[in-house]
Structure formats: structure tokens, C-alpha cells
Write a protein that binds this ligand. Sequence first.
Ligand code: RB5
Length: 151
Amino acid sequence: MPFVYIMKRIYLGADHAGYNLKEKIKKYLLENGFVTDDLGTYSEKSVDYPEFGVKVAKEVVKDKRSLGIIVCGTGVGISIAANKVKGARAANLSDEKTAALVHEHNDANILAFGARVITFPKAKKLIEAFLKAKPNKVARHKRRVKQLNKL
Ligand code: RB5
């Protein structure tokens, strides 16, 4: 990773469709000095994505300095589940510009990926684009994130 970023535990979760991409992301994060906590699933055996989206979201909301990364086939189902947890701000990502903007404008605390939509090299680029950006402290963004957190 071409930058230093002090954080934060990264909670990982995936269903069976996201399992392989989640494993590659975990290896990449560990190689780059991040602390990860893998909340499953732990094989390609079929499971239901809501459980894993919610597990990660609950931990991220409790642990304010943490980040979540969740993976299913499209990134959609697992992010819908995560966003049911109060305080979770999960963003399903497929392009770098959005990856940076969800950090700057939405202070996203969970990144969702679709393993059937993006490749591992793309996921790395999206994670790096997110981490290089910082939440924008201007009043309007802070106000909107505060409104999200009340929902
Ligand atoms: C599982 O086949 C698939 O439906 C799931 O991974 C996800 O894409 C749902 O949104």
C-alpha cells in the first residue's frame, strides 16, 4: 500500500459467494499490517448473507475506530443487511471515485463488494482509494452524516 494509514481493526464478513474474495482481501490486509477480525463465513458452503452483514455492522458500530468489509455475490444483499443496523453506513463499491467520495461525504464505515462483479485487483484499488480519502469536516457533510446516524 503506497501510504501509511493508522487504524483501526477491520471486521470482515462474507457469504459463500463472497468467501474467496474475502479471503484474498484478508491476506492483503494482513500483509499490509492491518488488524483483521474475520466474522465468517469460513467456506464456500451456502449460507445466508444477512447474518454476516449484520454481524460485521454490529461490531463496527460498537468499535468506533474500526472499518468493515463485507462481500457477497453483488455486494447488494449484504450491504442492505448491514445498513439495517443503526449507525452502520455501508457503501457498495465498484469505482474508485465513489470509494473516495463515500469516505469524504458519507463517512462510510463499511465497504461492500460484489465478488461476482469486481476482481480482487479492483477490490484492492477500491480499498486504497477509500483509505487515502478522509471524512470531509465541512458542516454540511457532518450534518448529513449526523442525520444518517439518527435513522
Ligand atoms: C448468493 O447466491 C447471492 O444471492 C448473494 O451472494 C448476493 O449476491 C445477494 O445480494
